[in-house]
Design a protein around this ligand. Structure first.
Ligand code: NAP
Length: 297
């Protein structure tokens, strides 16, 4: 068997077009576009690149970006006051505090100040609780992106055995909740899981988010399974290359569908952030956002 390779770049591009259309409709209706405020603290180069990418992506779909930058030694009350101001600013539909923030700032506590209706990363306790309880809310971007990829691949989730490897608050836990909401039977694995290969072998869907290059090998995968690779591992090759958590070449001989790294899950994250921003704008106006394909709202 040669697996279908799920093209995350193409799906993300389509999703951005859908969002641009949504933004046009929203802007025509309300005479102003949705806005996304990014807050970057300190001068970490990688974080600055991520924020610049998010700002650019906003402009491309017609979302108005607001760029806030603060020095690494900003007092926590000052940063908290900025987040409070953004919470109250009607032009700002979504707020994104770029993590990690430099110590001694408390990224979790600061993120927790963001109002749930502006929490476009979907990472506050209120958003996580809404997801767990099946209430309306903004969902974390990377797991939401995976749901869309599964829908695009035509993977049946209802009643399927799904294994998520990784239990982080950022990805593993919300991923498991979204799969559960889609009626999959979900197993969450982690570093203390016994017989991980055995658990994976019975899965119809494997989602790997560990951070260990090529850990999932072909003998872990049931023939015909869908394998989603969230891992991003920088290999010390010359030139440096990226690898996922899945041994792509070998697993593609067994799986029915698989995501590559790069070009699989990665491009979906910003596309989902844009979608969440429009949804946030509508939530604040108490309007229902039209459902998009593969979405469990
Ligand atoms: P994390 O917080 O480090 O969590 C890693 C998880 O993997 C933990 O739950 C850990 O278990 C588990 N784990 C570690 N070693 C294991 C092993 N040998 N067997 C089974 N489980 C093991 O990482 P994360 O933030 O969730 O990210 C995971 C990966 O996804 C990273 O490579 C990250 O770069 C990537 N990622 C990509 C995107 C994107 O593409 N946009 C977004 C998010 C994350 P314990 O809980 O027991 O320690």
């Amino acid at each position: 068997m040669k697996a279908q390779v799920i093209d995350g770049r193409a799906v993300a591009a389509r999703m951005r077009e859908e969002v641009a259309e949504e933004v046009r409709a929203y802007t025509a209706q309300h005479a102003e576009p949705p806005g996304l405020a990014t807050v970057l603290v300190g001068d970490d180069e990688a974080s600055a690149v991520y924020v610049a990418g998010k700002q650019r992506a906003c402009e491309e779909v017609g979302i108005r970006p607001y760029d806030h930058r603060l020095p690494a030694d900003v007092p926590e009350p000052e940063l908290a006051a900025l987040l409070d101001r953004l919470n109250g600013d009607p032009r700002v539909s979504g707020i994104l505090l770029q993590l990690p923030v430099p110590p001694p700032l408390d990224g979790t506590a600061l993120t927790g100040r963001i109002h749930a209706r502006k929490d476009v990363d979907g990472l506050t306790a209120v958003s996580a609780g809404a997801l767990a309880l099946g209430h309306e809310g903004l969902r974390p971007c990377t797991p939401a992106g995976v749901m869309r990829l599964l829908a695009e691949a035509g993977t049946e989730l209802e009643g399927a055995d799904a294994v998520v490897i990784g239990r982080s608050n950022l990805f593993g836990k919300p991923m498991a909740q979204l799969l559960l909401a889609a009626n999959a039977t979900v197993t969450i694995c982690h570093s203390r899981t016994r017989h991980l290969a055995h658990v994976c072998r019975r899965a119809d869907v494997i989602i790997a988010a560990v951070g260990r290059a090529r850990m999932v090998t072909a003998d872990w995968v049931k023939p015909g399974a869908t394998v989603i690779d969230v891992g991003v591992n920088r290999l010390d090759t010359d030139p440096p290359t990226l690898a996922g958590d899945v041994d792509f070449d070998a697993v593609s001989e067994v799986a029915a569908a698989i995501t590559p790294v790069p070009g699989g899950v990665g491009p979906m994250t910003i596309a989902c952030l844009l979608r969440n921003t429009v949804r946030a704008a509508r939530l604040q106006r108490a309007e229902a956002a039209p459902a998009l394909r593969g979405e469990i709202a």
